[in-house]
Design a protein around this ligand. Structure first.
Ligand code: FE2
Ligand code: FE2
Length: 291
């Protein structure tokens, strides 16, 4: 596979291309987060050093602790320290949480963004549950991180052209495929842009591929095909259960397409779907708490 399958090298909208270059220089936007990324990537840096840096930003520190104690990571004991949160979440997840929240922060007050946030958390939770149910596809940590990041490619569109995006989201039909208008407007779709960002941010290939092909797992390289299907299935379950986002909140892809790639029968995932419906109200509350 070459990079062209992952995302187009040149983007038809030149000013969007320039904007993306800026985003790649400052992956997490703030200088502190930027420093954190370098440290998290360095195997010789201890958790104490990373925790010390996070403590410099009380907002960030309290958000990490809130995430670690949220129902998305169900443990009976609460953590109250940065160190505890780092140990519980793991550094790769911390990196994902930092990135996602720092991008979401830039568009927080725009219509529809909370829905997208809730959707991302919902997909993360369902993906983790599916990874436990369908053993051997992905680890629960990988699944939950891929779910959290799966639509991250939508955020640069929102940051770049907030008003335009608002009017697109308002005027779209209430179901359909989001990649069509993204291609038309920006020259690449959110799954391609997600893969581009995750490549720049040096995320593991398996996570990048599961996000690149979450809408079309059958096209994914064999190595990550089932992971992409697991993320796509989680996305579809969430949309079907009303945890979608402003543009296309409803179920628009048959579950069967994903089950075929995963080589599992529908009955096998029924407990996950049931649990998702039971937890929907909690999900709403927990998403608000972290947002
Ligand atoms: Fe998507
Ligand atoms: Fe999605």
């Amino acid at each position: 596979m070459n990079d062209k399958d992952l995302f187009p090298e040149t983007i038809v909208n030149p000013s969007f291309q320039v904007f993306l270059e800026t985003l790649s220089i400052l992956p997490a936007i703030s200088p502190l987060s930027n420093k954190l990324f370098t440290l998290i990537d360095d195997p010789n840096v201890s958790i104490t050093v990373i925790g010390g840096l996070i403590a410099e930003d009380p907002g960030l520190a309290s958000r990490l602790i809130t995430v670690a104690n949220s129902p998305f990571y169900p443990f009976s004991e609460k953590v109250s320290s940065i160190r505890g949160a780092l140990v519980r979440l793991g550094l790769v997840t911390v990196r994902g949480v930092l990135l996602t929240t720092s991008l979401f922060d830039r568009v927080k007050h725009q219509p529809g963004v909370f829905e997208l946030w809730k959707h991302s958390l919902g997909v993360s939770r369902v993906a983790k549950a599916l990874s436990l149910q369908l053993e051997g596809v992905m680890t629960p940590d990988e699944a939950s991180l891929s779910g959290l990041l799966h639509d991250i490619g939508k955020l640069p569109f929102l940051i770049f052209k907030p008003q335009r995006m608002e009017s697109i989201w308002k005027n779209l039909p209430r179901s359909g495929k989001d990649s069509d208008w993204e291609l038309e407007e920006f020259g690449l779709s959110h799954d391609q842009l997600g893969a581009r960002l995750l490549t720049q941010w040096k995320f593991p290939e398996s996570i990048r591929d599961s996000i690149r092909w979450h809408h079309s797992p059958e096209k994914c390289p064999v190595k990550s095909r089932k992971s992409a299907a697991l993320v796509g299935l989680s996305d579809t379950i969430c949309r079907g259960g009303g945890i979608g986002h402003a543009e296309f909140p409803y179920l628009d892809t048959p579950l069967g397409d994903f089950l075929d790639v995963l080589e599992v029968q529908g009955e096998e995932i029924v407990p996950v779907i049931q649990k998702f419906f039971e937890d929907r109200d909690m999900l709403e509350m927990a998403s608000r708490e972290i947002f």
